[in-house]
Write a protein that binds this ligand. Structure first.
Ligand code: SF4
Length: 367
């Protein structure tokens, strides 16, 4: 089978100018000093951006006006503007379409649950991985997002929760890198974004690393590099089928890193971080939902990961014009039963946002 063309790194065109959220604490001090200001101004800016969730320099009145303008121009360039919000599930799910400084469109989805509030962020505009069942993959990769463009999605969502945009005021607690794009294709920026998201305020937002999930279709070397960052984030591997023959089609990157390689990298991640790996499995009618595949999935996962794994079955969210469809509920139940019977924990993931095309695999950022 011919591998579809895969794009791992987008051209650098369109990346926004440098922003405070691109920088580590040390880099922020240096940048402020280079602008002729005292290093403590970096802390003030960080307090506003990461602590008070504002990106508007004019509101930072504890900084003298002239310095505020200079620092704002240099370190807080506007990154993302809202094109529109669309809500569903009784206003507990909200998808936001953003426009970046160069016109690039991207989406993020905020979901309020009884016990947590989760933001699904995009790490790229579009995606180059070409999974045939996914709306994002159909449009190809437009470009990577900068670290600050990822972080700013989080800032805006945290502010929206604080301000009660999704009902009672609340606190953003969880971040999943499951929006547009393959996060590990942009590893350096994603790792920096995770640090900004999880570093304690005012260095970052102070969200627990354990509440951050980074997903991947299986870029095995990048999984190992992520493990070597020694963070406590959860790794979610979108496996979708246990055998190379069908995975070569369903997840074309499998041509490069087949199932065994992906699972041994996942094992490395679990060993280094001590965290159980999530396996994502979009269940597709008559494609990957056969009983024998459930048995094979359990066998391969047990062999590679032992107990350090949990399978999330995701009923496929149909995309317009696609021949792929979700499996019937009885088939789904039997699949889950067999994986559990095979000694691997497996549950069905609650899907949100289907009616506003905000569910897994549906983000297309249409303007
Ligand atoms: S499923 Fe994920 S990796 Fe595959 S094309 Fe869609 S966004 Fe990209």
């Amino acid at each position: 089978m011919t591998a579809l063309p895969l794009v791992f790194d987008a051209p650098k065109r369109g990346l926004p100018p440098r922003h405070l959220a691109d920088l580590s604490v040390e880099e922020r001090r240096t940048a402020v000093t280079e602008l002729g200001e005292k290093p403590f101004r970096a802390n003030q800016l960080s307090n506003h951006y990461f602590g008070r969730l504002t990106a508007d320099a004019s509101a930072m009145t504890d900084i003298p006006a002239a310095a505020r303008a200079r620092l704002g121009d240099a370190l807080l360039p506007p990154l993302l503007s809202v094109v529109r919000h669309v809500s569903c599930d009784d206003n507990t799910t909200r998808k936001t379409l953003w426009r970046a400084h160069d016109g690039t469109l991207l989406e993020s989805v905020l979901m309020r649950y009884p016990d947590r509030v989760t933001l699904c962020v995009s790490s790229q505009a579009g995606c180059g991985m070409a999974c045939p069942f996914c709306a994002t993959g159909q449009g190809g990769l437009e470009r990577n997002l900068s670290t600050a463009e990822i972080v700013d999605q989080v800032r805006a969502a945290a502010a929206a929760m604080r301000d009660g945009d999704l009902g009672e005021p609340g606190r953003l607690s969880n971040i999943v890198f499951m929006g547009m794009g393959e996060p590990l294709a942009s590893l350096r920026r994603v790792v920096a974004a995770v640090r900004r998201i999880t570093d304690p305020a005012p260095a970052g937002f102070g969200i627990s690393q354990r509440n951050v999930t980074v997903s991947t279709v299986g870029l095995a070397p990048a999984i190992r590099k992520l493990a070597d960052e020694r963070m406590q984030v959860r790794l979610a591997v979108s496996l979708h089928t246990p055998d190379d023959e069908s995975r070569d089609t369903l997840v074309p990157v499998n041509n490069r890193w087949p199932v065994d390689e992906v699972l041994s990298a996942a094992r490395y991640y679990a060993d280094v971080t001590g965290r159980r790996v999530s396996i994502e499995y979009a269940l597709i009618r008559d494609v990957n939902d056969q009983p024998w595949r459930a048995d094979l999935l359990a066998r391969r996962l047990r062999q590679h990961l032992g107990q350090l794994v949990h399978v999330n079955v995701i009923p496929l969210n149909p995309t317009p014009g696609s021949e792929w469809d979700a499996s019937p509920k009885a088939v789904e139940r039997e699949f889950v039963r067999r994986v559990n019977a095979g000694g691997v924990a497996c549950t069905v993931r609650d899907t949100r946002g289907q009616e506003i095309a905000a569910a897994c695999g549906q983000l297309a950022a249409e303007g």
